[in-house]
Design a protein around this ligand. Structure first.
Ligand SMILES: *Cc1c(COP(=O)(O)O)cnc(C)c1O
Length: 416
C-alpha cells in the first residue's frame, strides 16, 4: 500500500491534502519519498521558524529527551519557568504572565476564558454580565468549539451548530463598525495584527490604535492573536509592534513559530490592574481555573527556548525585513499582470493573483492551481484564501534561497 492509500483507508479525510509525501528535511529543503527535493517556503505553515531540523533545535530536543520529557503541571520544572522568563523579558517586554498550551486554538480558548472571567469580575455599569468577544470577518482563531466560534469564516463553522455563543464578527479595518458594535455584554476584542489564513490582510495602524482606544473607553480587554505572526515572523518579535508599537495589549496568544515544529502554544495576560483594589488581570485565572496535562512540558519548553533564543541572538526578525524588501523589489521589477498585489509584512507575505488570468478546472481556486504548478517546479508554498498564496520561508532564509524561489515563481507566473 502506498502512503496516500493508507491515508484513504485509515485517516479521517478532514484535510484536502496535496499528494506530496515528505520524508526528510534540512534547512530550506524538503525531500519526498521518491528522493525529489523541494525548496520549502511553507515551513509547516509558518511553524519551522529555523528551517527543518536546525542543529540547535535538534540538539535541544535530543538532550532534553534523555533528561526529562514530561512531569505534568503538578510540579515546577525549570524549563517552563525559563521559557516564560525569556518570552516576558525579551519578546513581550511588558509585565504579564504566561500559560502554556499545545496549540494556537487552545491558546485562544484560554484568552476567551480570561475575557469571561474578567466580564464577571467587572460587570457593565448597569449590572449586565459581560462575556462577549468581538472578532473580525476573515479571521482565523482555530478549530476548537471556542476558537471556531471566534473565527469569522462561515466555511469553518458550517455544520457545527449550535456554535458557542458570545461572539460577533465585524468587518476588519472598519473603525465605525467597532464603535457601533459595543454593547453592555461586550468584554473583549480579539484580532490578528495580520490575518494569515484569511488571505494576508494587514490591520492598519489607525485601526489598531482606534480599537485600543475603544477598549480603553469601554473597559474592554484588547487581545492580539499572534499565533501565526509572532516571534519574528513579521520583522519584530511581536507583530503588533510593527504597526502600532506604543499599544499595550491585555492578552496575546501564540503557537506555530514558537516551537519550531514541536507542539507548543501559549497565552499571556497583562499584570495591569483592572480595578481600584489593584487586582492584576493576570490573577483572574487562579489555581484550578484552567489547565493542560501536557502544556509546557520539559521537552517542548527546551525546544521552544532553543528556537526563541536563536531568533533573538541571530536577530532573525531583521533578516525577515531584509528579505521582505528583496522579495518586494524583485516581484515589482517583473511587472507581471497576473500579480495583483503583494501583501503582508516580513516573512508573512501574500502574493495576490488576478483570478481572471488563471484557468481553474473543476472547482479549484486560482491559488490552488498556482500552488500545484509551483510544487511541480520544486517550490512548496501554502495558499491563503482563493486568490492568494503565501511565502513563509524560515526566518533564517538566505539571499540565495530567496532568489531561487523567486526564479521559480517568475517562471511559473509568466505562463499566465
Ligand atoms: C493557525 C492559527 C490558529 C490555530 O492554531 P492551531 O495550532 O492550529 O490550533 C489560530 N490563530 C491563528 C492566527 C492561526 O494562524
Amino acid at each position: 500500500m502506498t502512503t496516500p492509500e493508507r491515508y484513504a483507508e485509515h485517516v479521517l479525510p478532514t484535510y484536502g491534502r496535496f499528494p506530496l509525501v515528505p520524508v526528510r528535511g534540512a534547512g530550506c529543503r524538503l525531500w519526498d519519498d521518491a528522493g525529489k527535493s523541494y525548496l520549502d517556503f511553507c515551513m509547516g505553515i509558518a511553524v519551522c521558524s529555523l528551517g527543518h531540523c536546525h542543529p540547535r533545535l535538534v540538539e535541544a530536543i535530543r538532550h532534553q529527551a534523555g533528561e526529562l520529557i514530561h512531569v505534568s503541571n503538578l510540579y515546577q520544572h525549570p524549563l517552563q519557568a525559563e521559557l516564560a522568563e525569556e518570552i516576558n523579558e525579551h519578546h513581550v517586554r511588558l509585565p504579564g504572565k504566561i500559560f502554556f498550551s499545545n496549540s494556537g486554538a487552545e491558546a485562544n480558548d484560554g484568552l476567551i476564558k480570561a475575557a469571561r472571567r474578567f466580564g464577571q469580575k467587572r460587570p457593565h455599569a448597569d449590572g449586565t454580565r459581560r462575556y462577549e468577544v468581538l472578532t473580525f470577518l476573515q479571521s482565523f482563531h482555530g478549530r476548537t468549539l471556542g476558537s471556531m466560534a471566534a473565527t469569522g469564516q462561515a466555511k469553518i463553522q458550517e455544520g457545527f451548530d449550535p456554535l458557542l455563543p458570545g461572539f460577533r464578527h465585524l468587518p476588519f479595518n472598519d473603525i465605525a463598525a467597532v464603535e457601533s458594535a459595543i454593547r453592555p455584554e461586550t468584554a473583549a476584542i480579539l484580532l490578528e495584527p495580520i490575518q494569515g489564513e484569511g488571505g494576508v490582510n494587514q490591520a492598519t495602524p489607525e485601526f489598531i490604535r482606534a480599537v485600543a482606544e475603544i477598549c480603553e473607553k469601554h473597559d474592554l480587554l484588547l487581545f492580539f492573536d499572534e499565533v501565526q505572526v509572532g516571534f519574528g515572523r513579521c520583522g519584530d518579535s511581536m507583530a503588533w509592534r510593527m504597526t502600532a508599537p506604543e499599544i499595550r495589549p491585555d492578552g496575546i496568544s501564540w503557537a506555530k513559530g514558537m516551537g519550531g515544529g514541536v507542539p507548543i502554544g501559549a497565552f499571556w495576560l497583562s499584570d495591569r490592574a483592572i480595578d481600584r483594589d489593584d487586582t492584576p488581570l493576570s490573577s483572574l485565572l487562579g489555581p484550578g481555573s484552567h489547565g493542560s496535562t501536557y502544556g509546557g512540558n520539559p521537552l517542548v519548553c527546551a525546544a521552544s527556548l532553543a528556537v526563541l533564543k536563536e531568533i533573538r541572538e541571530q536577530e532573525l526578525a531583521v533578516n525577515a525585513i531584509l528579505q521582505e524588501v528583496r522579495i518586494r523589489e524583485t516581484v515589482r521589477s517583473w511587472s507581471l499582470p497576473v500579480i495583483a498585489e503583494v501583501r503582508g509584512q516580513g516573512l508573512l507575505l501574500g502574493i495576490a493573483l488576478d483570478p481572471a488570468r488563471i484557468p481553474t478546472p473543476e472547482g479549484k481556486t486560482a491559488a490552488l492551481v498556482v500552488v500545484n504548478e509551483l510544487m511541480a517546479h520544486g517550490l512548496i508554498v501554502p495558499p491563503a484564501g482563493p486568490n492568494t498564496f503565501r511565502l513563509l520561508p524560515p526566518l533564517n532564509v538566505t539571499d540565495a534561497e530567496v532568489d531561487e524561489a523567486l526564479e521559480i515563481i517568475r517562471k511559473v507566473l509568466s505562463q499566465f
